[in-house]
Design a protein around this ligand. Structure first.
Ligand code: F6R
Length: 257
């Protein structure tokens, strides 16, 4: 794990975008795992800028999103389909058929989850997974108590997560109770990961994930077992960390490991 502490959200987003662009240059048919939520918006914005101004090419990329609410149609303005289309896909040159997002309306959820896992496998596995972190330590919608070996499945959202996400909905009652989410085992299979956090309200979760014990009570702590995870956080989100960490991945030896 390489922890990188940046001054602010913009710097954090640009640092992450540099890594994505670097991997994309090395492997044009990169398989990218993507997250929604407010954290990766700056990363997507910077990747869109790189696409428009520097010709960063997504034409051969395949993407797999981490999760989707159960019951929301793709056109719902709080569905993750809608989010990804509006905030990223419609601005870059990725073919529609190369985008994969769990289907929140599917009738046989178990069969769908098996199919999603199989699609990831058939694509050759995820090369680089983008992750946010919940204030309760969740990654994707793997809430505290999730099995560390779990695969894609339906999960019940905790009240804490529903409250955190209520800011996006017209009323807190509208926040769905269930989501389809990649499992922790699915996420851990990614060859590389970038976990982002920028808000002071993530400081406890970041501390638990990076320096706390490995436990299903903080699903993000599983990154301690991963061979190549970048944790890119702002000073605000890093405020509780006790280690000393570099300011950029380019100065580190991690890439040669
Ligand atoms: C979303 C996801 C979630 C978010 C997390 C943080 O696809 O996987 O785990 O990353 O809830 O959300 P924000 O970024 O809105 O604070």
């Amino acid at each position: 794990m390489l922890v990188i502490v940046k001054n602010d959200y913009e710097e954090m987003s640009k640092e992450a975008a540099q890594i994505v662009a670097d991997r994309l240059h090395k492997k044009p048919n990169l398989v990218l795992g993507l997250a929604t939520g407010s954290t990766p918006l700056g990363l997507y914005k910077e990747l869109i800028r790189m696409h428009k101004e520097e010709g960063l090419d997504f034409s051969k990329v395949t993407t797999f999103n981490l999760d989707e609410y159960v019951g929301l149609p793709p056109g719902h303005d709080q569905s993750y389909h809608y989010f990804m289309h509006e905030n990223f896909f419609k601005h870059i040159n990725i073919p529609d058929g190369s985008v994969n997002i769990p289907d929140g309306l599917v009738s046989d959820i178990d069969a769908f989850c098996d199919w999603y896992e199989e699609e990831i496998r058939k694509a050759g596995g995820i090369d680089l997974q983008i992750l946010g972190i919940g204030s309760n330590g969740h990654i994707a919608f793997n809430e505290p108590g999730s099995s560390l070996g779990s695969r894609t499945r339906v999960k019940t959202l905790t009240e804490k997560t529903r409250q955190d996400n209520a800011r996006f909905f017209k009323s807190p009652h509208e926040v769905p109770k269930y989501a389809i989410t990649m499992g922790i085992g699915t996420i851990m299979d990614a060859k590389e990961q970038i976990l982002l956090a920028n808000d002071a309200n993530k400081a406890d979760a970041v501390k638990a994930a990076v320096e706390g014990p490995l436990t299903g009570q903080c699903p993000a702590s599983v990154i301690q077992l991963h061979r190549k995870t970048f944790v890119i956080v702002t000073k605000d989100a890093a405020v509780k960390l006790s280690g000393s960490y570099p300011g950029t991945w380019k100065s580190s030896f991690m890439l040669e490991q």
